[in-house]
Design a protein around this ligand. Structure first.
Ligand SMILES: O=C(O)C(=O)C[C@]1(C(=O)O)C=C[C@@H](O)C=C1
Length: 252
């Protein structure tokens, strides 16, 4: 069903499918580099006297520049360090207001950060040394932003689902029944398809391309089986968590 804002569950799902490409390409790029402990060390041994890890400092400062130029005016963008972000210099955009205003209070980037550093990175890279720390940090930030955008897109998914079936969702929202909401918004067959598709995309995007017809002898730049695991254990559960959090506030 199309709503006044033009959004349909199909158009939202198409965006999620396109975002898979961004996530997989960014992980393939990140897999080129090792895990450099100095980048993630919470006492920032590279810059003594500075608090937080080197990655945290690079991300915080990069976000400050992007905030100044309007990145966080868009409801699909969420900062990892939202405290003390500078105001935007760019005039407000005319992006249609499709979400309930309470959406702005939902930001699960802390969870996404921990999942990325502690669970996902060890699946695609191993410890080693590489001198260009900022290059690796930029690659981490690409992955983090792509994952964050996808997971917080749950707000849009939830909005469309609510508009499509408000009479089914409203009683569960009023009763603050998380389990009932989770049941209503879950489509297991869609989740199975997503897992199969991301594994296939990783195989295709990560293959060696050469001018013989051997598709790189099956070598792959990233282990394709990481993708269904990433999506099944973290990306989809966290998207659903965002959907539930959004729906709980939808009638405020
Ligand atoms: O496509 C949907 O309906 C969504 O809510 C998105 C999503 C996902 O994260 O990919 C999450 C929950 C559903 O069970 C299926 C897929």
């Amino acid at each position: 069903m199309a709503h006044a804002d033009g959004l349909t569950l199909e158009s939202i799902r198409n965006s999620l499918i396109r975002q898979e490409d961004t996530i997989i390409f960014s992980l393939i790029e990140r897999a080129k580099y090792p895990i450099i402990p100095q980048l993630y060390d919470s006492r920032c041994s590279v810059l003594p006297g500075i608090s937080g890890s080197l990655l945290e400092n690079i991300v915080r400062e990069t976000e400050a520049i992007q905030a100044k130029y309007g990145r966080y005016q868009f409801p699909e963008e969420h900062s990892f360090f939202p405290d003390n972000l500078p105001d935007s210099l760019v005039p407000p955009n005319s992006y249609p207001q499709v979400l309930h205003p309470a959406a702005a209070s939902i930001n699960i980037n802390k969870t996404i950060w921990d999942m990325y550093i502690n669970k996902l990175l060890p699946l695609i890279a191993s410890e080693g040394n590489y001198e260009n720390y900022t290059c690796v940090a930029a690659s981490d930030l690409e992955c983090l932003q792509a994952l964050s955008r996808r997971i917080h897109y749950g707000k849009f998914v939830a909005e469309v689902k609510f508009k499509d079936a408000s009479e089914e969702y409203s009683p569960a929202i009023q009763a603050k029944d998380r389990d009932a909401l989770m049941k209503l918004l879950t489509f297991e067959s869609v989740e199975e398809m997503v897992k199969r598709r991301v594994e296939k995309k990783a195989k295709v995007f990560g293959q060696e391309v050469n001018l013989n017809n051997d598709a790189g002898n099956g070598k792959c730049k990233i282990d394709p089986s990481v993708l269904p695991c990433l999506y099944g254990e973290w990306v989809m559960p966290l998207t659903k968590h965002v959907e539930v959090e959004y729906l709980l506030r939808r009638l405020d």
